[in-house]
Design a binder for this molecule. Structure first.
Ligand code: DPM
Length: 328
């Protein structure tokens, strides 16, 4: 009798159910999804993975200002539908594109370690050496983010701002064709695409706060899907999770989607979580900003308390005026 005969049958790794991963197909989205796939492979050698690429509304409607198409899940909805109808098992998003209220039945299974969350200025080559503060009056800066627009108008009234759409490479191509003098882009996206060397200036949070969740990836899956939740658990980063949950609770309490001038800056220092937030009007005339400190063990309480502070200073009135304007 061979001892092999008594060894229970073990399914080979290849026989496991493949994990079906939903992603947008832009170069940045794929770079992010490949990173997640690499992490899954490293933590679970032999786990079969299947990539499903989908287009979202935000990829299809390219000629309309982001602020005018509305915000609810512009870059995420089609991926969520594929989770809900069972054609994929997890979706990888730029966390900042993911609405703060998820559809019934889906959860944010993991928030990954954060890339630099700050924004950066990228200029035409001929303008090398300039910074936002020193650029000649009337210089044309491209962004479709109301958050960036409001804060930069506030700090640099001498500059002009123009809407820009398209994925990151499309935007850089428009800059190189001379359609803009400069662009404001997330450091995280530039780094992930290997375009970090194009950065001329990183915007200090004292000048411009970043978007909620910027620089982190959110992995979304079905609620109660224990197999997937277990598989993605090792990809969660404790500090990024505390910071991003505080930021998302802040945005949720202000009822803000991704297309409102709301920015944040967060830090974990030992047993303290610091969250700074701001709300501004579109002209950058009125800008309210404050800070709240609390425990990283209860990050959502920090975000909610900060929202309350800003509301007491008139944040609701500013946001209501913006919504009324958008409906017109
Ligand atoms: C959202 C905004 C932008 C993206 C608005 C905002 C930027 C639009 C623009 C919600 N999603 O930030 O206030 O620049 O005109 C997006 C980018 C990344 C994720 C590109 C970017 C990469 C950075 C990251 C588009 N979503 O912001 O330069 O992983 O956070």
């Amino acid at each position: 009798m061979s001892e092999l005969a008594s060894t229970p049958w073990q399914p080979s790794a290849g026989a496991a159910q493949p994990v079906r991963i939903a992603s947008r197909k832009s170069e940045l989205a794929l770079a992010q999804t490949y990173w997640v796939m690499g992490q899954l492979q490293a933590h679970h050698p032999g786990l079969p993975l299947e990539l499903h690429t989908l287009s979202t509304q935000g990829d299809i409607i390219l000629d309309v200002a982001l602020a005018k198409i509305g915000d609810k899940g512009l870059f995420t909805k089609e991926l969520e539908v594929s989770l809900l109808n069972g054609s994929s098992d997890l979706a990888v998003h730029s966390l900042k594109d993911l609405p703060t209220r998820l559809p019934e039945g889906l959860v944010l299974g993991a928030i990954t370690q954060r890339e630099d969350p700050l924004d950066a200025l990228v200029l035409r080559e001929e303008l090398r050496g300039y910074q936002l503060a020193t650029l000649p009056a009337g210089t044309v800066i491209g962004t479709s983010s109301l958050r960036r627009l409001a804060q930069l108008r506030h700090a640099f009234p001498h500059l002009q701002f123009k809407n820009v759409r398209g994925n990151l490479n499309t935007r850089l191509a428009k800059l190189d064709r001379g359609e803009y003098d400069g662009l404001i882009l997330a450091v995280a996206g530039l780094k992930r695409l290997g375009q970090e060397q194009r950065i001329h200036e990183v915007l200090d949070p004292s000048v411009s706060l970043y978007a909620v969740g910027q620089g982190s990836l959110g992995i979304e899956c079905r609620q109660g899907d224990e197999r997937i939740l277990e598989l993605i658990r090792p990809l969660a980063d404790a500090e990024a999770t505390a910071r991003c949950l505080a930021e998302r609770a802040f945005l949720r309490a202000l009822e803000g989607g991704c297309q409102v001038p709301i920015g944040v800056h967060s830090q974990v220092q030992g047993e303290e979580l610091h969250l700074t937030g701001m709300v501004a009007d579109l002209e950058g005339r009125q800008l309210i900003r404050d800070t709240q400190t609390g425990s990283p063990a209860d990050p959502e309480a920090v975000g909610t308390a900060l929202a309350e502070k800003l509301k007491q200073q008139g944040a609701d009135e500013i946001l209501q005026a913006i919504f009324a304007q958008a409906r017109r």
